[in-house]
Design a protein around this ligand. Structure first.
Ligand code: NAP
Length: 316
């Protein structure tokens, strides 16, 4: 067992392969043919995405750089048109533009259309095609953490953009029931109608947050999809009653800053296993990179990128 920075190091089984892969990593030398990808959002200063894409470009020997672009409110259309004019290979889209950008795309992938949000744009002949890699990213993260969705009873906290994608994912992957708890009931009800319509079964049950005591007895996978607990509000959790956490066998928080959220602490105190959202960030980025470059990123490279992300996170 290998420990690093005081934490158990995962994926240690492929350490030898990974070190040789890291040795082969090249610095990208910018030249007349260097392709550019980037991130649009507001703000973007604290993003970790450049670590993902610039590390991958180095590992895979691609002549590509990734740059964050802050886009002020009201300028999304200009940004997409400008990116097209500058022939940017691809863009990621983050808060607050994941839905707004839909109006300025020439094509939208079916899954992204169902979710109503995109986080990745790929340049095509007529402009940009929008994809949502958050959902598949979360799935790959859960597989990597050996978390099962099929036949699971799930508690999903939140009904915003991310939680909506989680609800679609869990329904698609055969969850038994998803109790979707949100502060604003109407939003949960709308997402439930939408997901149940796509799934063709009553899989999502909308509830108000304070109704958590009505969830039937049992042990659940709980996904924390609200923004409560995000730094600097590290001491907050959307539900703080320890009795709730006794029902949770595994808690997956989409937040990764702080590294261990209050939700995760409460899950652990109740006897469950807890994961943060850094692997979801990793894999949604990897899938975007795969779409832009038409490649498959190997797990050993994913491991190197994850470790870089972790290092960068500690520095920031
Ligand atoms: P969003 O669309 O703004 O949704 C926010 C959600 O949080 C809503 O359900 C909202 O409830 C709830 N909420 C906010 N403040 C609350 C409060 N004080 N009490 C109770 N509920 C509250 O945001 P999002 O895009 O879904 O993102 C949600 C979280 O997921 C963020 O922390 C984000 O960082 C994280 N995320 C992580 C990844 C990753 O790669 N790891 C990817 C995407 C998102 P109402 O509907 O009642 O307002």
């Amino acid at each position: 067992m290998i420990f690093r920075n005081g934490r158990k190091r995962r994926w240690s089984y492929c350490q030898i392969e990974h070190e040789s892969s890291a040795e082969m990593e090249k610095m990208v030398e910018i030249n007349g043919k260097t392709r550019v990808c980037g991130l649009i959002g507001y703000p973007v200063e604290h993003t970790l995405s450049p670590v993902i894409h610039n590390t991958l470009a180095g590992l895979l020997g691609h002549d590509l750089v990734y740059v964050p672009f802050p886009v002020e409110p009201g300028r999304v259309e200009d940004a997409v048109n400008g990116a097209d004019a500058l022939q940017l290979l691809g863009l990621n889209v983050t808060v607050p533009y994941k839905s707004e950008v839909l109006d300025f795309l020439s094509e939208i992938d079916t899954l992204a259309r169902n979710i109503g949000a995109v986080n990745t744009l790929v340049r095509v002949k007529t402009g940009y095609k929008g994809y949502n890699t958050d959902m598949e990213g979360l799935y790959r993260a859960m597989v990597s953490e050996r978390i099962q969705i099929e036949k699971e009873r799930i508690i999903l906290l939140g009904a915003g953009g991310a939680a909506r994608a989680v609800a679609h994912l869990c329904a698609l992957k055969g969850a038994d029931t998803i109790y979707m708890l949100n502060r604003t009931y109407d939003k949960a009800e709308r997402v439930a109608e939408e997901v149940n319509g796509v799934a063709g079964r009553q899989v999502v049950v909308p509830m108000l947050l304070e109704e958590y005591t009505r969830i039937p007895e049992g042990r659940y996978l709980a996904v924390q999809g609200t923004s409560v607990g995000l730094a600097p509000h590290n001491d907050r959790a959307v539900i703080s009653d320890p009795a709730f956490y006794e029902k949770v066998h595994t808690g997956f928080d989409l937040i990764y800053n702080p590294w261990e959220t209050r939700f995760m602490q409460l899950v652990k105190a109740g006897g469950g296993r807890a994961c943060n959202g850094l692997k979801m960030l990793l894999y949604q980025g990897i899938i975007a990179y795969e779409l832009w470059n038409d490649v498959h990123v190997k797990e050993r490279d994913a491991q190197i990128v994850y470790e870089r992300l972790e290092e960068q996170f500690r520095k920031s």
